[in-house]
Design a protein around this ligand. Structure first.
Ligand code: PLP
Length: 364
């Protein structure tokens, strides 16, 4: 008998998520030294963490002792940063862990989530792992949510929960207050994923709305604005009625001591992080302008850590991605409904933009 027979039925047919390739493997694949690789494919912060976060990891007093299961110190600082009281806040090993935790909390087998592609892939993937069904209501051609279709779908299928990404990945657009309020009036839970909100105009976050709604959760992460993607720290604000269950089902030591120390040091060094964020936001404008000058690309305006581009003329997004990679520049390409023949480029340092544009110009 094969061991496969013991694997849960719905997991046997699951297609794997394709995560990014690590630096050293890439270096070998491309035949380039790591320092020559310009990584604009996963929206990491090219300036990296605060030096104080690195120092905090180097100086860990008790790495041999389990971490605080309630991440009390980190949550107290997050309360200040997010303008929501600590009792609403839960931390996870990345926002990814929180997405999975939320689904484990609410989905019985065959329950449905409402998903609005094109968007971040983990909502559908984690739903499949949790034996749920995904009902898709595609975004409109301009990437806005199709509110009428969403309302009709909720009435017909009663999904338990919906994920809304703002700014959305891959286009970088925000949901409006009016649209979010329309969603919150529906009989389901709303998870607002604000992984990139710190790159948007000031005041764009709705994290502080959470205490006013029974059905709103908002998640964020240290991966993008704080340069801690490798340490895996995310956070979210949740209705108190859900907090009690989330605390029961989460792994007790999900935030390790190095990650917690780095996140705490980050929140105590906001001027450093804000400075780099301002550099990236300015660079996003310059990148967008330069991309608009490339004959076969049409960049979309973005409030996020990346710029999505339509590839036009006789050029193919897949070929562009390959050519850029051969030159040491990594980007994401898409070839599916809603994002057909498009590339997504993370905002990097000015010298990264210059190298990218140089390679793209040579292809004109
Ligand atoms: C929209 C969105 N949400 C969540 C995440 C996951 O973030 P984390 O690194 O905190 O797990 C990502 C990462 O790319 C993302 O794009």
């Amino acid at each position: 008998m094969s061991a496969t027979n013991f694997v849960r039925q719905h997991i046997r047919t699951l297609a794997p998520y394709s995560p990014i390739v690590p630096f050293d493997v890439l270096s070998e694949q491309l035949g380039l030294p790591i320092e020559d690789i310009i990584k604009l494919d996963a929206n990491e912060n090219p300036y990296g963490p605060s030096p104080k976060a690195i120092a905090a990891i180097q100086d860990l007093p008790f790495p041999h002792i389990y971490p605080d299961p309630e991440s009390r110190k980190l949550r107290a600082l997050l309360a200040d940063f997010l303008q929501v009281s600590a009792e609403h806040i839960l931390c996870g090993a990345g926002a990814d862990e929180l997405i999975d935790l939320i689904l484990r909390l609410v989905l019985d087998p065959n329950d449905a989530i409402l998903n609005c592609p094109p968007t971040f892939g983990m909502y559908a993937f984690d739903t499949a792992i949790n034996a749920g069904n995904v009902i898709s209501v595609p975004r409109l051609p301009n990437f806005a949510l199709d509110l009428d279709a969403i309302e009709a779908t909720v009435a017909e299928h009663q999904p338990k929960i919906m994920f809304v990404t703002s700014p959305n990945n891959p286009d970088g657009g925000l949901i409006s207050d009016a649209d979010l309020k329309r969603l919150l009036a529906l009989p389901m839970l709303i998870v607002l994923d604000e992984a990139y909100i710190d790159y948007a105009d000031p005041g764009a976050s709705r994290m502080h709305w959470v205490p006013d709604y029974e059905n709103l959760m908002v998640i964020g992460t240290f991966s993008k604005w704080a340069g801690l993607a490798g340490l895996r720290v995310g956070y979210g604000a949740f209705p108190l009625a859900l907090m009690q269950y989330l605390l029961i089902i989460k792994q007790p030591y999900n935030i390790n001591v190095a990650a917690e120390a780095a996140a705490i040091a980050t929140l105590q060094d906001m001027a450093y992080l804000q400075h780099n964020l301002q550099l990236l936001i300015a660079e996003r404008s310059r990148l967008t302008e330069k991309l608009a000058d490339i004959a076969y690309l049409t960049p979309l305006p973005s409030q996020s850590a990346f710029v999505l581009c339509d590839v036009t003329g006789d050029k193919q997004a897949a070929d562009l991605k390959q050519t850029l990679a051969a030159n040491g520049v990594l980007v994401r390409h898409f070839n599916k409904t809603g994002v057909n023949n498009m590339i997504r480029i993370s905002v990097g340092k000015p010298e990264h933009t210059d190298k990218l544009i140089q390679v793209l110009k040579e292809l004109e």
